[in-house]
Design a protein around this ligand. Structure first.
Ligand SMILES: CC(C)(COP(=O)(O)OP(=O)(O)OC[C@H]1O[C@@H](n2cnc3c(N)ncnc32)[C@H](O)[C@@H]1OP(=O)(O)O)[C@@H](O)C(=O)NCCC(=O)NCCS
Length: 189
């Protein structure tokens, strides 16, 4: 039996909150598959992803197959004091002795970026990322990713992300993470 060919990306498009909500089960399926998480993680994450849609500056980009299946997803919003991730990064910067500088002012938090494994390695993640950041609010973008090397790392370096914090442990996750950032807007290509 031959494996099914990877889905071809037909279009990359912005999703409204209503459109994303309607696609939430599909998006969460991509997330758990891409990250290798147990399927039950999808239901646990659903209320959090729905709450994120209400945040200021929320912006979401999806990649779709010719059959209108979701192949990849990326979203983020304006980070702000009081949000869990913001406070975690602030704590990490303070405890590392690094300069907080203005990293935590006026930034777009790239919260999720995932491509279904069958569609990975064809440039879809980079297309989603670039479209998400083109028009994103904030004068910089920050993200966290498990320490590499991974394909995500190659992508973020290619798009110009530099180190903000390395080998940081977020509360409740034993893995070391990096926090990466870059200025916005992206350069014209
Ligand atoms: C990280 C992730 C989103 C990247 O998306 P992707 O579509 O797989 O990757 P990219 O868009 O970067 O493209 C990947 C490869 O395609 C190649 N490529 C780029 N443009 C291409 C094109 N037009 N045609 C064919 N290949 C292309 C790139 O050279 C790149 O090669 P490399 O990664 O082997 O160096 C995806 O791999 C993923 O979901 N990973 C698991 C979840 C994850 O780690 N998410 C991030 C958490 S922070």
């Amino acid at each position: 039996m031959t494996a099914a060919p990877p889905p071809r990306c037909d279009r990359i498009a912005e999703l409204t909150a209503d459109q994303f909500q309607a696609r939430l089960p599909e998006a969460l399926q991509i997330y758990v598959t891409a990250m290798g998480y147990p399927p039950a993680t999808a239901q646990q994450r659903a209320p959090m992803w729905s709450a994120h849609m209400q945040r200021a500056g929320w912006r979401c980009i999806g990649a779709f197959s010719e059959q209108d299946q979701l192949i990849g997803i990326g979203y983020g919003y304006l980070g702000a004091p009081g949000q869990w991730w913001h406070e975690q990064v602030r704590r990490g910067l303070l405890s590392s002795g690094a300069e907080i500088g203005d990293w935590l002012d006026d930034y777009f938090e790239l919260t999720e970026l995932h491509v279904h494994p069958a569609g990975q390695g064809a440039g879809i993640g980079e297309r989603i990322l670039r479209q998400l950041l083109t028009g994103a609010p904030g004068n910089k973008v920050l993200l966290s990713t498990p320490e590499g090397p991974t394909r995500a790392w190659r992508l973020y370096r290619r798009v110009g992300f530099t180190d903000v914090l390395r080998n940081y442990r977020f509360t409740g996750d034993p893995r070391p993470f990096a926090v990466l950032g870059r200025s916005l807007p992206l350069e014209e290509r």
